[in-house]
Design a protein around this ligand. Structure first.
Ligand code: CA2
Length: 145
């Protein structure tokens, strides 16, 4: 049994409503439902949050120190800018996987760099909603090993 923090960053609350060609047709609630199904099958429990605010995301990472075994995060555009999120991940020391719906390396040059990736176990990018499921399994495997 493990407990994971699932964090969705800015604008991901709009999933399914706009830009389905880039981010897919599923809403955030539908992605969360798929995560819950995958977690139940793997004997994991999840606490899931979305925020459009960098500080709120950092607060969730800090709190995770007291209860979580790992973190799965889609930092949205903060991926490319936030040294503060990277520092928070390093500070709590929890195994963290970075996920993206789109393949950030095949998009605009500013999306090719992640400020967080080096602080994470790894990065999964480009598989749509399934990136989250791959990330969850990667964390589970890490926790079991
Ligand atoms: O591909 C991803 O998961 C991203 O993290 C999504 C971010 C983007 O800034 C990253 O470079 C890659 C953007 C999320 C925006 O979500 C929207 C959803 C619906 C409509 C518009 C934006």
């Amino acid at each position: 049994m493990g407990q994971l923090l699932i964090l969705h960053g800015p604008n991901l609350n709009l999933l399914g409503l706009r830009e389905p060609g880039v981010y897919g047709r599923l809403t955030l609630a539908e992605i969360n439902q798929k995560l819950e199904q995958a977690a139940a099958a793997s004997n994991l429990s999840l606490r899931i949050y979305q925020s459009n605010h960098e500080g709120a995301l950092i607060d969730h990472i800090h709190e995770a120190r007291t209860w979580a075994n790992g973190i799965l995060i889609n930092p949205g555009a903060y991926t490319h800018t936030s040294y503060a999120l990277r520092d928070a991940i390093v500070a709590v020391g929890l195994p963290t996987v970075e996920v993206h719906l789109s393949n950030i390396h095949a998009r605009e040059p500013f999306r090719h760099e992640s400020k967080l990736a080096a602080a994470c176990l790894g990065q999964i990018s480009g598989f749509g909603w399934y990136s989250y499921i791959l990330g969850l399994h990667a964390l589970r495997q890490h926790l079991e090993a």
